[in-house]
Design a protein around this ligand. Structure first.
Ligand SMILES: [Zn+2]
Length: 384
């Protein structure tokens, strides 16, 4: 098993530049599709793409079918983020994205969608329903652009308990539009010891609406809850833990401290957490303490250095995928406070140059490898 993982990893690394892509580029789109869907891969690949404190997480099943959760940032960043997602789409040799879940209607989650849809066919657009937070950009997008994107595809409003048909995986919606699953997953449902000390957190309107997704591949389990906030984490996980434990916790709401309560993180007992933080978004001290004190945690991986962590709270650089366009000589020891949201906030340190993903390659026996595409550092997590 170990041999197979190592072999796979080395193969992946040897792909730049990919000889096979030379052939693929001269084939028609339908031929590419066939190639993707019949490839002999035995692993679930999860690309956690750097969209600068937004979200874009691509699941590629061994069957070749795919699920993307969110499409990066809006405005001037939309082309950049769509291109970064496309780099993962091409690396996985996908001819289409079978399902796109938009967790909620914040610009860092749906912003790159139109640019992405112009680059690759998207077959099923999944969301929690209407925007519930006043926001001109989201309202205009939902009125004018979104219906055009799904007009020749499928549109699905997610409900807790709904499965999303990705061949080779079990994909279950566990939260949507403020509702959670009511019944525990198989093998879960035990009392959650953290519930007694839970402290409610702050909510905006859209984060708690997030579509949350649980993915099972054989014995491997991962969860991505969008930007679900603490109060909804409590509803999902208390008094009984309806999810059980997971191998990989994805997203973590960028590492922002309105999410990531102990009732969620400590009860899920992830072996690995992968945080989609930005240069000055997330990675906040409270979250870092919660994650690092989580029972059974082996490693936290981050998409970015965050100035909100400082040296005091950051993980080693080996586990961090992205730097700044003009890297600092050293991180200050103390974390800086998160700037207040809104247009008056100072601009975050810029990273528009080359971007790197963190990739999970999971096997059906529950073992998996995590790779930092920036430095090639890879670690194998054996099956329990
Ligand atoms: Zn967000």
């Amino acid at each position: 098993m170990r041999k197979e993982l190592v072999g796979r990893r080395l193969t992946d690394r040897a792909h730049a530049p990919r000889k096979s892509m030379v052939f693929v580029s001269v084939l028609t789109v339908s031929a590419v599709l066939t190639a993707a869907q019949t490839r002999p891969a035995k692993t679930l690949e999860v690309y956690v793409v750097d969209v600068e404190g937004g979200n874009a997480t691509l699941f590629v099943s061994p069957s070749g079918e795919s699920l993307l959760i969110d499409s990066g940032n809006a405005g001037a960043a939309a082309v950049r983020d769509a291109e970064r997602i496309m780099a993962a789409v091409k690396d996985a040799r996908l001819g289409q994205i079978d399902h796109l879940i938009t967790t909620h209607w914040h610009g860092d989650h749906f912003g790159g969608m139109a640019e992405l849809a112009a680059r690759v066919p998207i077959r099923n657009f999944i969301d929690h329903g209407p925007n519930v937070q006043p926001g001109a950009a989201a309202d205009e997008f939902l009125q004018k652009t979104y219906p055009q994107l799904f007009a020749r595809a499928k549109h699905t409003v997610a409900k807790p308990g709904m499965t999303i048909p990705v061949a080779g995986l079990d994909v279950l919606v566990v939260t949507s539009a403020g509702e959670t699953i009511k019944a525990a997953l198989k093998g879960a449902g035990g009392a959650n010891a953290s519930c007694a000390s839970f402290k409610p957190g702050e909510n905006n309107a859209e984060d708690p609406m997030s579509v949350g997704t649980h993915v099972t591949f054989g014995k491997f389990r991962a969860i991505h809850l969008g930007d679900l906030t603490k109060n909804k984490e409590f509803e999902l996980m208390c008094p009984n833990n309806r999810i059980g434990t997971v191998d990989v916790l994805l997203g973590l709401h960028h590492g922002v401290d309105t999410s990531n309560s102990e009732v969620l993180v400590h009860a899920l007992q992830p072996r690995v957490a992968i945080m989609n933080n930005g240069t000055r978004k997330g990675g906040q001290p409270e979250v870092m303490k919660t994650v690092h004190s989580s029972p059974g945690l082996e490693d936290l991986w981050q998409l970015h250095f965050s100035q909100l962590s400082g040296q005091e709270y950051t993980v080693p650089g080996l586990f961090i995928a992205n730097l700044l366009d003009e890297p600092l000589a050293a991180m200050p020891v103390a974390p800086i406070a998160a700037p207040p949201p809104g247009p008056a906030a100072p601009q975050a340190p810029v990273h528009n140059g080359a971007a790197y993903w963190i990739k999970v390659s999971a096997q059906a026996d529950g073992s998996f490898a995590v790779t930092n595409a920036r430095n090639g550092f890879s670690k194998i997590y054996r099956a329990n």
